[in-house]
Ligand binder design. Structure first.
Ligand code: HEC
Length: 92
């Protein structure tokens, strides 16, 4: 039983970054996730008036995920980081 749990844990730790790195997130789907998840506590403008690189957006979105406790999934984080890096990257 313990071995099974360890394998499951190892598999999910490996799978999460792979999914995020796949780069096959549909731009329109990513926009929809951003518009839904990121308008719950403040306006979308709060993000749209900023410019950050991917690492900066990752940091911000992970902080938002913590605030939301359950509102934002790992897939949502990947989609929102993808979307914001594209539309609000470091070079406006
Ligand atoms: C559970 C509530 C909540 C949700 C959901 C939420 N935010 Fe926030 N957000 C906050 C709070 C509270 C602040 C102000 C405190 C801070 O900046 O840490 C904030 C501030 C911000 C800021 C300004 C600070 C900065 O670092 O630039 C940005 C940008 C931002 N949010 C983007 C987002 C994005 C993108 C999403 C969607 C993934 C999101 N927020 C979802 C609560 C939330």
């Amino acid at each position: 039983m313990r071995t099974l749990a360890a394998i499951f844990l190892a598999a999910s730790v490996v799978a999460a970054p792979l999914a995020a790195a796949a780069g096959d997130i549909d731009p329109e789907a990513a926009r929809a996730v951003f518009e839904d998840r990121c308008s719950k506590c403040h306006s979308l403008d709060r993000a749209l008036r900023k410019n950050k690189d991917r690492a900066g957006w990752e940091k911000t979105v992970l902080r938002m995920k913590r605030y939301g406790s359950g509102m934002i999934s790992d897939e949502d984080v990947a989609a929102v980081v993808e979307h914001l890096t594209r539309v609000r990257g470091p070079n406006p």
